[in-house]
Design a protein around this ligand. Sequence first.
Ligand SMILES: Nc1nc2c(ncn2[C@@H]2O[C@H](COP(=O)(O)OP(=O)(O)OP(=O)(O)O)[C@@H](O)[C@H]2O)c(=O)[nH]1
Ligand SMILES: [Mg+2]
Length: 344
Amino acid sequence: MKFIDEVDIEIISGDGGKGCVAYRREKYVPLGGPDGGDGGIGGNIVFEGDEGLNTLHHFRGLKTFRADAGGNGAGSNMQGADGHELVLKVPVGTLIYDIESGNLLADITAHAERFLASEGGRGGKGNAHFKSSTHQTPRFAQNGEPGKSIKLHLELKLLADIALIGLPNAGKSTLISAISAARPKIADYPFTTLEPNLGVVELGDKTLVVTDIPGLIEGAAEGKGLGIKFLKHIERTSALVHLVDCSMFIDEFEAIDAYVTVREELEKFNPDLLNKKEIVCLTKIDAMTEEEIEKFQGCMEEQLDRKVLPISGVSGRNIELLKQLMLRTKEVIQEETKEAQNGK
Ligand SMILES: Nc1nc2c(ncn2[C@@H]2O[C@H](COP(=O)(O)OP(=O)(O)OP(=O)(O)O)[C@@H](O)[C@H]2O)c(=O)[nH]1
Ligand SMILES: [Mg+2]
């Protein structure tokens, strides 16, 4: 499941510093030669991959990025200082396009990978450079080369950390709109969601990418409903949040059925999907009495032998807790992956 985040920016590398016109002045030396130094080189603009970043949000609002100019040259052959390079950090998975040509310039695929996007202007030569046998005292120096402006389109393809799964109408799209800025279509008929939606969940300074998958029904693994195309996306997420809507059920075993139907489709498609960490939620609890919630939660916990979290995307009940659980699950998976890699 890919989440696309994009932004257009302009980058301008630093201007080269001016060369200097100066002459040597020494006591008792009446005709000092030219000694104006060169200007410094303007700052480069470099992109650098940073695995700590998840989005391109930090570019929003800021449209132009400019590197420092090189310093001007000075007398006594003093060269101007070079401008500092400007490093723009981007998440791993960022594609950088030149807007004018449409060409892909770089694909940042690793932490600390760097791409030199725009070189600073060369410094101008001071008048000391232009001295020749016929031209002993040149009265001119070069200006620095101006920095280059390039308009870029940055595009980030992110893997979703968590997929929301469940039968059609379980409340998946309602939940993603309650926990992120995503605003998918929500309606009281099955198969409202035709394409997966993605949302970034923010918790303090941490983020989590969640995808809302079209509903799965019995036979999804054989292509019924919209399921099969999206089961492939689920394979690439790290964990699942499984939503079970019991608000219309009379019998608790209908809830178990709803849960098992979805799990069986996952298994038929790829048994490994059952090994993914899963948070099970009882949804739409604002439409249930406390007794009903207790009855369904109790039965599911007993039958499935696992914790079940009752939530409501509409009233917001237990939504903060779910967000924290999702983040914790993502972190546990990251820790386990790291340990497994170190163990190799
Ligand atoms: N009372 C109540 N209704 C909800 C809640 N969440 C969803 N609904 C309603 O349930 C219906 C289905 O919600 P969706 O969020 O579209 O469900 P979905 O799982 O995305 O459905 P598909 O995309 O068709 O698979 C809509 O009428 C929602 O308003 C909830 O927490 N409480
Ligand atoms: Mg939906």
